[in-house]
Design a protein around this ligand. Structure first.
Ligand code: SF4
Length: 428
């Protein structure tokens, strides 16, 4: 039913998260009992597939389908691994933090069920280095799960074994890319790997591995408990479930809300974020973190889900919006984003490490009043050269999304910088 908040319903800002006993009293670990007691791994995968759950880390790949790519059966390679991608380093994104700090057992339970579905024997949680509170709470939750027989040997008498480890990242954006993350877990430099082979067949130490995002895994116990149709019914559009949406920028109430998937952007902004702050006007937004295309006023009635946002030329990404107002410079904002990506480029491919620095330099010169007319074409050309298919991973194409959309949506602002030989938003 729309209006339900399964992922955040147990989270209270005024108290620490539920311990294992409290979580059980609130219905926790029932889904794990059900999965291990009455469902085969294939049935769990099928249920998640039917639910239409798609990865909440940004890419939106179908979760059950991802699990189904793992080779199963007697002759399949072992061990198999489940990796939780909790390396939430996307600028403007803070949704997984709420789930990890607010209800760590929910994620632990979801990870155990996912591991069971692909018959993994070890699960790793790869956590952003700055999430120290989450690290403490996860450590406690994992220890409690071992004590109560949800982890370790012969879980709940089912014959299924699983160990779970928390790994705190050394702290680079690249570690959030799933194959860079696997390299980092193996103790190597976090360069992405070329695909194929995909991690489901050759991942951690060359063995089948599933990498899932925190919010994705938090959905899993609820799907097992309530069924695929219930999950689909939570949404306002065909992309099932609820979604943690966020807003940052000059809105009255920046924050995070669990709402039906497909909630329109206007409703998120006006009803939940309280509209723009006094004295500021809306100019645009990045719908799902720093590596998505800007949307403008004409897109405010778009439903925030994977398919609809893609149809209007952007991506829902993580669903945590960054709002641009009329008193902030779009060129300066684009320059800041490009600086971030240039800094975080791993340097593995030339178009990315060289191209991002060039783009940053041209944008900086525009901001400082030294921009030249030909920079507009050069920036557009870079956006093409760093686009999909030209680099090892999605960092460079992702970095180009705000730039190329800003060049279209805020063209006049770029031209003013060049014409007036200064940033119009800076005092003379
Ligand atoms: S696109 Fe950038 S971050 Fe990705 S592999 Fe190439 S250099 Fe590294």
């Amino acid at each position: 039913m729309p209006g339900e908040t399964p992922l955040t319903g147990r989270i209270r800002p005024d108290r620490p998260p539920l311990d294992a006993v409290g979580y059980e009293q609130a219905g926790g670990y029932q889904a794990l009992r059900k999965a291990l007691g009455s469902l085969t791994p294939a049935e769990v995968t099928q249920q998640v597939r039917s639910s239409t759950l798609r990865g909440r880390g940004g890419a939106g790949f179908a979760t059950g389908q991802k699990w189904s790519f793992v080779p199963m059966g007697e002759d399949a390679p072992r061990p198999r691994y489940l990796v939780v991608n909790a390396d939430e380093m996307e600028p403007g994104t803070f949704k997984d933090r709420l789930l990890l700090e607010g209800d760590p057992h929910q994620m632990v339970e979801g990870a155990i069920i996912a591991a069971y579905a692909v018959q993994a024997s070890v699960a790793y949680i790869f956590l952003r280095w700055a999430y120290r509170v989450a690290a403490r709470r996860l450590e406690k939750a994992i220890a409690e799960a071992y004590e109560r027989g949800y982890l370790g040997r012969n879980i709940l008498g089912s014959g299924y074994d699983l160990d779970m480890h928390l790994h705190v990242s050394a702290g680079r954006y690249m570690c959030g890319e799933e194959t860079g993350l696997l390299n980092a877990l193996e103790g190597k430099r976090a360069n992405p790997r070329s695909k194929p082979p995909y991690p489901q067949t050759s991942g951690l130490w060359g063995k089948p591995t599933v990498v899932n995002n925190v919010e994705t895994l938090c959905c899993v116990p609820h799907i097992v408990n309530n069924g695929a149709d219930w999950f689909k019914g939570l949404s306002r559009t065909p992309n099932g479930g609820t979604k943690l949406y966020g807003a940052s920028g000059r809105v009255r109430r920046p924050g995070l809300w669990e709402l039906p998937m497909g909630t329109p952007i206007r409703e998120l902004l006006e009803e939940h974020a309280g509209g723009m702050r006094e004295g500021y006007r809306f100019r645009g937004l990045l719908p799902g973190g720093a590596s998505t295309d800007f949307l403008g006023e004409q897109h405010l009635d778009v439903a925030m889900d994977f398919d609809t946002v893609q149809k209007v030329g952007s991506r829902m990404g993580t669903g945590t919006m960054i709002i641009l107002d009329d008193r902030s410079c779009p060129v300066g904002m684009t320059r800041n984003l490009t600086h971030f990506f240039a800094q975080e480029s791993c340097g593995w491919c030339t178009p990315c490490w060289g191209g991002l620095r060039w783009c940053e330099q041209m944008l900086s010169e525009m901001e400082e009043g030294r921009g030249r007319e030909e920079y507009l074409d050069r920036l557009a050309a870079h956006a093409g050269m760093l686009g999909p298919g030209h680099t090892y991973c999605a960092l460079a194409p992702g970095a180009m999304e705000p730039l190329q959309s800003a060049l279209t949506l805020f063209r006049e602002d770029f031209e003013r910088h060049i014409r007036e030989r200064r940033c119009p938003w800076r005092s003379p």
